[in-house]
Design a protein around this ligand. Sequence first.
Ligand code: P6P
Length: 345
Amino acid sequence: MIQAPKNLKTIEAHFLELQSIHPAASGDFTGLLSDITFACKVISREVNKAGLVDIIGATGDENIQGEVVQKLDEFANNVFLKCLGTRDQVCILGSEELDEPLFIDAHSGSGNYIVVFDPLDGSSNIDANVSVGTIFGIWKRKSRLNRVDLSDLLQAGCQQVAAGYVIYGSSTMFVYTAGHGVHGFTLDPSLGEFLLSHENITTPFTGEIYSVNEAYEPMWEPEIREVVRQIKYGQNTTSKRSDAPTSGAGKSTRYIGSLVADFHRNLLYGGIYLYPPTKNKPQGKLRLMCEAAPLAMIAEDAGGYASDGKQNILDIIPTEMHMRVPLYIGSRGDVMWIEQMLSKK
Ligand code: P6P
């Protein structure tokens, strides 16, 4: 006898349910989310066959971050620009791959939404078949009375109306929040549909995992070294694991080198991802608008927290699109402990 599917809900059906909460909604927001979903399906298809066609490998170009642009980076960026750049809903697009923001149809300025995205984060791992991801944040323009300008782009993360990421891993999963819970959808390639698989994701208050590149330890400030030392060996009191190794505080280290993959695992299992400032990167490596702020909205809506070591990531007003910030993100208890430790200095 065939089992009836328990809860066969597509992501589009979920978007429409979300729209029904706002009776006055025009459908623009739903259309925008659907366009982003479609773009990520196209990217997923290419990422998952990258090993089969000559699309991997570097183009030899460099982006504003001085990182060698992988062909899939360019492809993913172009897919987003094609899927979102021709829509009435959007007035500004910002991409980790673009030196400057893209003002869409600056004359009519009809679009209500600003989308800032990292089209393919962790792309240096592509050739090794490691999970990579797309990250996006959506803001609304500040006023329809004025022409769209940079002030509509440079808004704090707490002003986001939605945020999400897609992880291209053993399966492709779309995780997003629009302020009504964090929900995960897994792509069924045979249907070409994202199906609801993780409703109302919440993250544990503390976790047993920490994710940081410890090779930079010599370049950290002393207080950061002490934080990581205590997570590993000392008085980090947030760990509750009964079988903690005698020399440790019970945390295990997991660092994939792909932010979306590390963040996603820690979101589900509990834990913390750290990218502290170093001597040669005094503001850290990660971008506020296309990485930290969207993931911070997701973390917070799932019960977690994100800090730059001093304040909530969501409260930081960007000074420019590619502004970088130190990032401590994940289980609320773990991140607040770090913020407390770093505020003592
Ligand atoms: P590092 C990838 O380049 C990325 O932006 C994140 O996905 C990842 O967590 C981090 O940088 C890795 O940086 O300096 O440890 O190689």
